[in-house]
Design a protein around this ligand. Structure first.
Ligand code: NDP
Ligand code: MG
Length: 378
């Protein structure tokens, strides 16, 4: 039987890779719902390619354009439309690939409706990982990681006794400024920061990769996905991005997952889990890669990792504050209103100034998110 999949964020980088997997595995995967944001033109093209899918546009205007081009077709829009799509009875699995936290409520709705959730949007696990994982446990749904590092850890943990895990080792390319000096970083432009050495991704995550906030967010993401304390999560720089992450066990064994730098592979594994199939990802020839390097991250130059570790250990509202402050600071940097080091300086300021709640409700998390954004906007 085909897995019936809703793709939230179909017009983005992860969304497009998901459609590539769906095309290659059309006998296994059926796309039953798609959403987009501002790119109405691309959403229309995708709707024509997958005519059976229900559609959600970013706003009313986009929905009207789609309706006029797709006569007789019902088109949803906005936050409510995303939740309707996430809960649609015809779906087995919802993949959330909306940048930022706009995917949080749809993700919770998907789980509450008894579906499995594939998560690309790490921000929602950083903000509300405890709530997402608790909802999955209560409803019996799976939370399947799409992020390549977490998908690698997920694969390495298959069939293992989790109590024998000594630590998770998340790999990190180091971004475009791995070898930079503090003086170089002060004058980094958005164009320079958007050039990732190994992956082609959306704008926000590309900046996060350059500041290393991406890895910081991923540490917190791993903490919730695998129910493991922050102290057992390490980061190692691996410039080739071939080893996607590792798990060290108590006996000293380290298991690693390797594949080409193509998000199609982790997306496919999340969609077809627990099955493996031949798909669109190119095979990896290690003789062409030649060597694999590993080095310690430069914590002095990239404070994002320590800020994230601090937020992950403290828990409560602090990860939500870190995440929202970072998202707002990245927007300000891309708009030319903030320097590159200003991103982590702003995040640290928000973490020190937004009131801390140790056991927040969802509403308190949303309020912490709002408060952090307003600190950065000042
Ligand atoms: P993109 O910016 O390429 O795509 C984002 C998608 O979300 C687009 O479809 C966009 O629509 C939609 N969108 C943006 N804002 C809203 C909103 N407020 N409401 C509804 N839809 C919205 O991002 P990526 O695909 O790179 O990343 C998506 C998520 O996956 C991020 O959380 C990222 O951290 C994570 N991720 C990405 C990886 C990658 O390789 N790209 C790897 C691992 C994780 P539109 O474009 O039409 O406006
Ligand atoms: Mg990643």
């Amino acid at each position: 039987m085909k897995k019936r999949v809703v793709v939230l964020g179909a017009t983005g980088s992860i969304g497009e890779s998901t459609l590539r997997v769906a095309r290659a595995l059309s006998n296994k995967i059926e796309i039953v719902g798609i959403s987009g944001g501002q790119n109405v033109h691309r959403l229309l093209e995708i709707s024509r390619e997958f005519p059976a899918a229900r559609i959600c546009a970013g706003d009313e205007l986009g929905a009207a354009t789609l309706r006029s081009n797709l006569p007789g077709c019902e088109v949803l829009h906005g936050a409510h439309g995303l939740e309707t799509l996430a809960a649609m009875p015809e779906a087995d699995l919802v993949l959330v690939a909306i940048v930022g936290t706009a995917g949080l409520k749809p993700a919770l709705r998907a789980l509450e409706s008894g579906k499995d959730l594939a998560v690309a949007s790490k921000e929602i696990l950083v903000m509300a990982g405890e709530q997402v994982m608790a909802t999955a446990k209560r409803m019996g749904g799976r939370v399947l990681p799409v992020d390549s590092e977490h998908n690698a850890v997920f694969q390495c943990l298959e069939g293992q006794d989790h109590s024998t895990v000594k630590r998770l080792i998340l790999t990190c390319s180091g971004g475009p400024f791995r070898k930079a000096s503090a003086t170089d970083l002060a004058s980094v432009t958005p164009e320079q920061a958007l050039k990732h050495p190994t992956w082609s991704m959306g704008r926000k995550i590309s900046i996060d990769s350059a500041t290393l906030f991406n890895k910081g967010l991923e540490m917190i993401e791993a903490r919730w996905l695998f129910n493991i304390p922050m102290e057992k999560i390490d980061v190692v720089i691996h410039p080739q991005s071939i080893v996607h992450s590792m798990v060290e066990f108590v006996d000293g064994s380290i298991m690693a997952q390797m594949s080409s730098t193509d998000m199609a592979l982790p997306i496919q594994y999340a969609l077809t889990y627990p099955e493996r199939h031949s798909g669109p990802c190119a095979p990896l020839d290690l003789t062409l890669v030649g060597r694999l390097d590993f080095e310690a991250p430069r914590a002095d130059l990239f404070p994002a990792l320590e800020l994230a570790r601090r937020a992950g250990i403290a828990g409560g509202t602090l990860p939500a504050v870190l995440n929202a402050a970072n998202e707002t600071a990245v927007e300000a940097f891309l708009a030319g209103r903030l320097s590159f080091p200003g991103i982590w300086e702003s995040v640290a300021r928000a973490m020190d100034s937004v009131p801390f709640v140790e056991h927040p409700t969802l509403d308190e998390l949303i309020e912490a998110d709002r408060a952090a954004r307003s600190v950065i906007a000042k």
